[in-house]
Unconditional design. Structure first.
Length: 162
């Protein structure tokens, strides 16, 4: 038996001002997208913004439904919108943030497991990592260079293709 340890590394910023201008803009667009969320059950409003290699930006927000599995996370709304609109353009960076009705979101907001799998699909498609910018309403901001950092044991097409 052999024990294997996976570690993650990411950049941590104390404020949005430390980000590059294009990353700041993307994170602000994600924050604006959070305002459009439909979250009457969780009262947790998530916004995402994805920038493509051609510079186009697509946003999304979480859309809840009283039949809970019927809703969709902000990350998948933004990523699927970008992929449906510009299917041949790689995604470069995805910013995610959130706000809540009854408390302040002080920690960076990571994508859920289903979103991680959906996002990494586009890394596979274009053979290119997607950067992630994660924030809350205040506090630290994380910059992660690729989904394999968050999803090291990924389900991928190698098991499906003959």
């Amino acid at each position: 038996m052999k024990k294997i340890v996976h570690t993650i590394s990411y950049l941590e910023f104390d404020s949005i001002e430390e980000l590059s201008p294009t990353d700041r803009e993307l994170l602000k667009l994600a924050g604006q997208a959070a305002i459009t969320s439909h979250a009457p059950y969780s009262h947790y409003h998530v916004g995402a913004a994805v920038r493509l290699a051609n510079g186009k930006v697509f946003t999304g927000s979480n859309q809840e439904n009283m039949a809970f599995p019927s809703g969709l996370c902000a990350e998948r709304v933004a990523v699927f919108y970008a992929a449906a609109t510009c299917p041949d353009i790689p995604m470069e960076t995805l910013a995610i943030t959130a706000r809540a009705d009854f408390f302040e979101v002080c920690d960076p907001v990571p994508p859920c497991g289903m979103c991680r799998q959906a996002i990494i699909e586009y890394e596979f498609k274009f053979n290119r990592k997607i950067r992630l910018i994660l924030s809350g309403e205040k506090g630290k901001i994380f910059l992660i260079e690729g989904m394999d950092t968050l999803l090291p044991l990924t389900f991928h097409e190698k098991g499906l293709i003959k």
